[in-house]
Design a protein around this ligand. Structure first.
Ligand code: HXC
Length: 513
């Protein structure tokens, strides 16, 4: 065969494989309102940057008619590309090829990219669109999943791992995304569940749609499995690109720096309402402090009583954790503790300093929370902050009561710099509750109990509902006006860049999961 014929043969083979499951299967994918795997990679990666690997890989399964089946790329496209000029390793399952089902060879292509991400210390991005374990391959496909889960865990804290769910993600397959750092879902495109509708019908006799079982908003708002929710695939890829811009490629490096920019709308001096019971939106405070007022919120729809996300201060990435007085008065509960603890641990793993904004009346009381394990879940927040060795800066804006004062990155959990605004109230509990307990007898025995109650509340407020007692003991480093805060935060962050911290040797701590 001449060289020209060999080249032509190669081109013919490659173009067949690039068509995945063929025109009809790709059409059917489009009819479902989904992009094809190649369109997805085009949206995610810088133009012309994709270097594909293993296009010619074939499965070696024999049973159930598989020996006669040619599956292009074995249902997954893998390779290295660039996002905003920075390298990433990617795999994208191709539903047009055997439903993107995962067999031995398919899994081998994915684990090869995972090893590549580990060796090159670059982020791993997975696009999931699959019917799960390839049924015809039996235990071989289970082995494939096991090897992926193992690597997800080994890579955890080494390189950022992102999962974009763009189709079904069912059965045990959901555990790979669940082991990664961030999960992206798209309205009416993504489904995640352990047990599918058919099985539920057979076992429980209940009719339930995949959407109700585990659609995009369910995972973004109820289960918390998804960190980012988008209305279209294009929007999800924008979110991926934006997220990566805040992250280092691995735990070995610092996050990239950007030119510093002032906030578009600096924090207003009167952001804290006069009436301490009135709410305000903490996102306004965040945007008023950070560069360009740009804030990429993580878990926007889940546990909205706490806000987490990425921003920049003086060009440097920070992870922001803030109580949201607008939702449940900013209380800490089971879900808020989980959400914040996970975010803190991610930031700590990847050298991203923490900025904590405090305004919380405390942990949510009541039977429901106690029975849901608020002790165990709340402990995660304490643990995550205490364990974190990145620079930790805290701003107490208003209420910092009780255990929540400690938990929201107080000096006692290792905060490096604690600021309080003049509106800060640092106490064991709110003045009303406190006065009613410690002055109960005096109030009851008084000729005018209401007047005495008011007086005692005022007395307690004067003593503790301010930042001066804590500042007087050095628990607060500086009292600043809201409008002075950004400049100080930028300077403190610049100084803390090279801060060091050493810990006694141990295998690992026992995080209260
Ligand atoms: C082999 C599969 C497959 C699978 C889909 N296909 N899932 N082939 N193994 N798991 C094939 C179909 O046979 C079909 O092939 C093509 O993909 C498209 O599938 P459709 O059913 O036509 O598509 P759609 O109607 O959109 O339905 C998608 C679906 C459904 C909801 C995902 O296919 C489905 O329910 N699949 C099975 C899901 C499942 O139970 N998976 C196992 C989960 S357990 P043809 O040739 O007709 O085009 C698991 C264990 C992992 O994953 C354990 C890890 C620890």
């Amino acid at each position: 065969m001449s060289v020209i014929s060999r080249i032509n043969e190669f081109l013919a083979r490659a173009s067949r494989l690039l068509l995945g499951g063929g025109k009809e299967a790709l059409e059917s994918q489009k009819k479902k309102g989904k992009l094809t795997v190649r369109e997805r990679l085009d949206l995610l990666l810088d133009q012309g940057s994709f270097i594909e690997t293993d296009l010619f890989v074939e499965h070696s399964a024999q049973d159930f008619g598989m020996s006669a089946k040619k599956l292009a790329g074995d249902g997954v496209v893998t390779g290295i590309g660039r996002v905003d000029r920075r390298p990433v390793a990617v795999f994208a399952q191709d539903f047009s090829v055997a439903g993107g089902s995962l067999g031995r060879a398919h899994a081998g292509k994915i684990t090869k990219m995972m090893d590549c991400a580990r060796d090159m210390l670059i982020p791993l991005i997975g696009i999931n669109d699959s019917g799960g374990a390839r049924i015809q391959e039996g235990v071989d496909s289970l082995c494939g999943y096991g090897e992926i889960f193992y690597r997800n865990t080994q890579l955890s804290g080494v390189v950022p791992q992102l999962s974009v769910i763009l189709g079904p993600c069912a059965g045990g397959a959901v555990y790979s995304p669940a082991l990664t750092d961030f999960v992206f879902v798209v309205d009416r495109v993504s489904n995640m569940f352990i047990t599918g509708p058919q099985v539920i019908k057979a076992v429980l006799g209940e009719e339930i749609s995949p959407e109700d079982l585990g659609g995009a908003m369910t995972h973004a708002s109820i289960t918390g499995n998804a960190h980012f929710y988008a209305r279209s695939e294009a929007e999800a890829f924008e979110q991926v690109r934006s997220l990566l811009s805040y992250l280092p490629p691995s735990s070995q490096e610092l996050p990239p720096e950007a030119p510093p920019r002032p906030p578009k709308k600096p924090v207003s001096p009167d952001i804290i309402p006069d009436d301490r019971r009135r709410a305000y939106c903490v996102k306004e405070v965040i945007r008023g402090l950070v560069d360009g007022s740009d804030f990429l919120e993580v878990h926007e729809h889940y546990a909205r009583n706490i806000v987490t996300g990425f921003a920049r201060l003086g060009g440097r990435s920070v992870g922001v954790i803030a109580n949201q007085p607008r939702v449940l008065a900013g209380v800490l509960d089971v879900d808020a503790s989980d959400k914040a603890a996970r975010f803190i641990r991610f930031c700590d793993a990847f050298n991203i300093p923490l900025l904590t904004l405090v305004d919380t009346p405390g942990y949510l009381p009541g039977v429901n929370q106690e029975h849901m394990g608020v002790i165990r879940h709340g402990a995660k927040l304490l643990y995550a902050y205490s364990e974190a060795t990145v620079p930790k800066i805290t701003v107490i804006m208003r209420k910092a009561y009780g255990g929540a004062y400690i938990a929201m990155c107080s000096r006692h959990l290792g905060a490096g710099f604690v600021v309080a605004w003049p509106s800060a109230e640092i106490a064991v509990m709110g003045s009303e509750g406190a006065a009613n307990i410690i002055f109960r007898k005096e109030i009851e025995e008084s000729p005018d109990p209401e007047a005495t109650r008011r007086e005692k509340i005022r007395e307690y407020e004067e003593k503790f509902a301010n930042p001066y007692v804590a500042a007087g003991k050095g628990y607060v480093d500086a009292i600043l006006l809201p409008q002075q805060t950004r400049e100080v935060l930028v300077s403190v962050l610049a100084v803390s860049r090279n801060s060091t911290h050493s810990m006694p040797l141990r295998r690992h701590g026992n995080f209260p999961v």
